[in-house]
Design a protein around this ligand. Structure first.
Ligand SMILES: [Zn+2]
Ligand SMILES: [Zn+2]
Length: 442
């Protein structure tokens, strides 16, 4: 308790000088960083394919004086990932991991900016689609480059080791796992703290939002196959129609959250994808459903999984299906991620530093989100390493104010019109991460 209060005092007293020195350096860096951002934005790469982005990041970190290793990460199928690690040692002190993610999304960009992406690709099922940085991971990668330079230039203001991470495949939530599976901590050392940020349409550029404690929900991917007995559409009495059973199941599982969960512990169950049948007059043999479940506690997550299994069996049993036609409920652990817990004591330190750096009126207390992130994986199971992940306001301030006055929201992440305001967003991101890193490495 005493040690952390002392550290907090030290960080508060050191912050104004640090911010002053570093902002001159940052002003000079900004034009180049905006160019880097626009280049990354125009050349987005999907999860598992971040070759160009990771090469660019690795080169920039090397130029900034870091010892860089790339191609870090191995996926469960044995393929290699494009993870990047940059290490900068600066005397004795704690190790701070700063994480940025690098991947983009299969979306056709509609922002109309001069640096918009025109990259096209095909989905798994062969449909044409665009590739777009619709989650702003290009902002995160650029902010990491700026922060790397600022901290290398400010070595007299901190002590310890920086471990900068360019993480692939956040959108498929298997990138952080892939890096740890490639013995990240055994090879480069285990960090004492983890920080990172994500841009948002919920705040204007120049401002930050932060949540202490549970910050983002866990995400669990589940495949359900409802089976039946197929036949002619005119003779339903001969078979057992899995489309009707799937419809009953989808309605019944709505009661898991509303009737079985503790209302004080929020959770979500969504069926996002349903496939069954080939023709209007054929009763198929099965219907496949793809679900996502969100929860904060392990108990709430388990209640969902138990409910999905029990109700699937219940629907099949009530239809009189034999044991070999029971439904299957499969949890895809590789496509699931735990909830994100922002260490409360470290969140308080980070918030105090952000208020000193940006002014108290530019730092907001945010509510927790049902969205998910795999950054918490760097904190290891049971939150062994404290993590703090905060929200970087990214919207053009005038557009944000106009929308807010009209009771509206600007297009958010994962939409084709998500458009960060480059310069103030990047500048605030670099100033924030740099000041927070300096205050944590005293
Ligand atoms: Zn995203
Ligand atoms: Zn994202």
């Amino acid at each position: 308790m005493r040690a952390s209060s002392f550290l907090l005092l030290l960080s508060l007293s050191a912050a104004p000088l640090a911010a002053q020195d570093n902002s001159a350096f940052l002003k000079q860096q900004m034009p180049g960083l905006v160019d880097t951002y626009k280049d990354l934005h125009a050349h987005p790469e999907l999860s598992h394919f971040e070759q160009r982005t990771s090469t660019l990041l690795a080169a920039e970190l090397r130029k900034a004086g870091y010892t860089v290793t790339d191609h870090i990460g191995v996926y469960p199928d044995g393929t290699h990932a494009f993870g990047v690690v940059g290490i900068l040692k600066n005397g004795t002190g704690p190790t701070l991991l700063i994480r940025a993610d690098m991947d983009a999304l299969p979306i056709i960009e509609q922002t109309g900016t001069t640096y918009a992406s025109h990259v096209m690709t095909k989905t798994k099922s062969g449909l044409d689609t665009g590739v777009m940085h619709a989650c702003g991971h290009d902002v995160h990668t650029t902010v990491l480059i700026g922060t790397a330079r600022a901290l290398a230039a400010a070595k007299s203001q901190w002590h310890g080791t920086l471990m900068l991470i360019g993480q692939p495949s956040e959108e498929t939530i298997d990138g952080a796992k892939a890096m740890l599976a490639d013995h990240l901590y055994e090879r480069f050392g285990k960090p004492d703290m983890v920080i990172g940020l994500h841009d948002t349409n919920q705040h204007a550029a120049g401002t930050i939002g932060i949540t202490a404690g549970p910050a983002m929900a866990s995400s669990t991917s589940i495949d359900v196959t409802i089976r039946g007995i197929g036949g002619h559409g005119s003779s339903p009495e001969v078979g057992r129609d899995p489309i009707v059973l799937a419809a009953m199941y989808i309605l019944q599982i709505q009661t898991i959250v509303s009737r079985e969960e503790d209302p004080r512990d929020p959770s979500v169950v969504t069926v996002g994808d349903i496939h069954g049948g080939t023709k209007r007059n054929i009763i198929p043999d099965e219907v496949k459903l793809e679900l996502t479940a969100r929860a904060f506690s392990d108990k709430a997550r388990q209640t969902i999984l138990d409910g999905l299994r029990q109700m699937a069996t219940g629907v099949a049993t009530s239809a009189g299906l034999p044991p070999d036609k029971m439904p299957t409920v499969t949890v895809l652990e590789d496509e699931s991620t735990p909830s994100l817990y922002n260490d409360p004591a470290m969140s308080a330190r980070v918030k105090a530093t952000l208020e000193k750096t940006l002014g108290p009126s530019n730092v907001f207390d945010d509510l927790r989100q049902m969205g998910s992130e795999d950054v918490g994986i760097f904190g290891l199971e049971g939150n062994k390493v404290p993590v703090v992940y905060f929200w970087l306001g990214a919207m053009y301030p005038n557009r944000f104010a106009t929308a807010k006055a009209a009771g509206k929201e600007l297009p958010g992440m994962h939409t084709n019109k998500f458009e960060p305001d480059p310069e103030p967003t990047l500048e605030t991101g670099v100033r924030s991460l740099t000041a927070v890193a300096i205050s944590l490495l005293q």
